[in-house]
Ligand binder design. Structure first.
Ligand code: KIV
Length: 296
């Protein structure tokens, strides 16, 4: 496994695109997952608003808010040393105005220790991205399937599958780059369209369901590990089945407790004999005094 011991930087990501070194990004939502992805050598960690679905159990990404995102991002920060940490701006935290977008982006940096933020869509989000970049905070764009506006896109389905839609997606990606974004996520986009966008941009593209020509790839922690019971999208590759493994472990615990096999001696604490004797004689006189009290 290749692992760079230096913290990830924006110039290093640009260099990786230039050198055609694949960029590896993954989501994380808490301290232990952050420690694992750091030790595994990923380049970028996103505290994604997918948390709404995979962590909080909603059926969309829109319900998660700033406070929940900041709490998760802070926990991830404490578990990371090397990867670049990005906070995903939740629905309703940036669309209102440039001022709102800057204020909430600053919270990700000041309160959670993020190095950058991500926001969804082209169009009106281009201005928001430009404003945040001007305020000194790096921004990652996100086009194609943008789950925060999935209803308007006709559901959780691939985007850019007609010439007209591919053209709009291409223009959005270029506009986000011109606004100062340091990288752009392409989600659920035909591989051929993602390849053209990747060639046209000077900043890296990070694909999720966008084919192998992207400069990097991102997967959601729960999808990658098989921890999410919902239906996984076509673009997910499961590298483990941890939900089954976790269920097996909890079932063994349930059986052990019910059958008296847990805890064993090795799981318990001892007390010196003389201390136990003293405690028991105190207990005996205490109980006797109590009994006399009740008889009165
Ligand atoms: O919220 C998220 O996890 C994301 C990734 C899928 C890119 O936006």
């Amino acid at each position: 496994m290749h692992r760079d011991s230096n913290p990830m930087t924006l110039p290093r990501l640009a260099e990786m695109k230039h050198n055609r070194e694949p960029i590896v990004m993954v989501t994380a939502y808490d301290y232990p997952s952050a420690q694992i992805v750091d030790e595994a050598g990923v380049d970028i960690v996103l505290v994604g608003d997918t948390a709404a679905m995979v962590v909080l159990g909603y059926d969309a990404t829109t319900p998660v808010g700033m406070e929940e995102m900041l709490m998760m991002a802070g926990a991830v920060r404490r578990g990371l040393e090397h990867p670049l940490l990005i906070g995903d701006m939740p629905f309703g935290s940036y669309e209102g105005s440039n001022e709102q977008a800057i204020e909430n982006a600053q919270r990700f940096v000041k309160e959670a220790g993020c190095a950058a933020v991500k926001l969804e869509r082209g169009g009106p989000s281009v201005d928001r991205a430009r404003a945040i970049v001007r305020a000194g905070i790096p921004v990652m764009g996100h086009v194609g399937l943008t789950p925060q506006t999935a209803t308007a896109l006709g559901g959780f389905k691939a985007q850019g599958r007609t010439a007209e839609k591919a053209e709009r997606l291409y223009e959005d990606a270029l506009a986000l780059e011109a606004a100062g974004c340091f990288a752009i996520v392409l989600e659920a986009v035909p591989a051929a369209v993602a390849a053209r966008v990747t060639e046209a941009l000077h900043v890296p593209t990070i694909g999720i369901g966008a084919g192998a020509a992207c400069d990097g790839q991102v997967l959601v922690w729960h999808d990658l590990l098989g921890l999410y019971a919902g239906k996984a999208p076509r673009f997910v590759k499961r590298y483990a089945d941890l939900a089954t493994e976790a269920k097996r472990a909890v079932e063994s615990y349930v059986d052990d407790v019910r059958e008296g096999r847990f805890p064993e001696e090795q799981h318990t604490y001892a007390i010196p004999d003389e201390e136990l004797d003293a405690f028991e004689s105190w207990l005996a006189s205490h109980q006797e005094a109590q009994a006399q009290h009740e008889q009165r």
